[in-house]
Design a protein around this ligand. Structure first.
Ligand code: ZN
Length: 283
């Protein structure tokens, strides 16, 4: 499942193909993904110019010159591919249409953007550009972890008095938007905080330390995506997924990476999700 760094890498990969370009043809091959597509979606997109490509949490937002914004959510298995892009450093020929290619955009610069999603947990919607923050998927989201509204005193205030484990608090999208299981595990390892520790019982100094660590963990992952992919693309033009090494995530039973720590990484289940941590280094 793509997390914020993967979505940001997809956004950057789409940018050169979509920003400033006009959708000359929008092909919509089914009525829905996770939810029905908006009415007349193909018609509303055809001829529209993409003025800006933004990201809010795990949603990509393409602002159109017609006052509407296209919201794209990759869901669990959504993949975006760019082909035929004359602006990219590497040209990718248009691939053969595949079974789960649900939406295809042809741009006036020659690029073709294909959204493929076998499990169909992804979504697309059209919303008024001047009101994107009130969309049901966005309205309840907390601040962006890489944005200015997310800072030390904000986080301390939101965690104060909370009886929930810190792991669950950081996964709560109302507190901070876009953080998922992988990067919360990595953050708590770097902060030396045990995932089960009650959020409200963590000292202010340690809570404050979480903010720069969260930013660093996400930035490093975004940079890893940028450096391991050509134009943020894989060899076949697919966007966004990259090899990244983690300190604790997916490393149950493997040695802790802290110098001088001889402990092995543990895994527990919290709210149905795996938490990976070092019981020695995280208290
Ligand atoms: Zn350790």
């Amino acid at each position: 499942m793509p997390e914020l760094p993967e979505v940001e890498t997809v956004r950057r990969g789409l940018q050169s193909a979509m920003e400033g370009a006009t959708i000359t043809r929008a092909q919509v091959n089914r009525p829905d993904l996770r939810w029905p597509f908006p009415e007349r979606m193909a018609e509303r997109l055809t001829g529209a110019k993409v003025t800006q490509l933004r990201r809010r949490s795990k949603y990509i937002l393409a602002d159109l010159d017609r006052g509407e914004t296209l919201l794209i959510h990759l869901g669990m298995s959504g993949r975006m591919t760019v082909s035929g892009d004359p602006l990219g450093q590497f040209a990718h020929d248009h691939p053969q249409a595949e079974k789960h290619d649900h939406v295809v955009f042809d741009m006036d610069n020659g690029a073709r953007i294909t959204f493929n999603d076998p499990r169909r947990f992804g979504a697309m919607d059209l919303l008024p550009s001047d009101n994107t923050e009130t969309h049901p998927l966005i309205a309840k989201l907390g601040p962006e972890p890489l944005g200015n509204d997310f800072h030390e005193s904000y986080l301390a205030e939101r965690l104060a008095g909370k009886n929930t484990p810190i792991k669950s608090a950081l996964l709560d999208q109302r507190i901070v938007a876009g953080l998922g299981n992988i990067y919360v595990c990595e953050t708590l390892f770097r902060a030396g905080i045990a995932p089960k520790r009650k959020a409200g019982a963590i000292s202010e100094t340690r809570v404050h330390s979480l903010v720069p660590i969260i930013r660093q963990v996400l930035q490093e992952a975004i940079e890893a995506g940028g450096s391991s992919l050509r134009d943020f693309r894989q060899a076949d033009g697919e966007l966004g997924y990259f090899q990244h090494t983690f300190d604790v995530y997916g490393r149950e039973g493997e040695p802790c990476k802290t110098p001088d720590c001889t402990n092995k990484i543990s895994r527990i289940t919290q709210s149905g999700r795996s938490s990976f941590y070092c019981a020695q280094c995280q208290r």
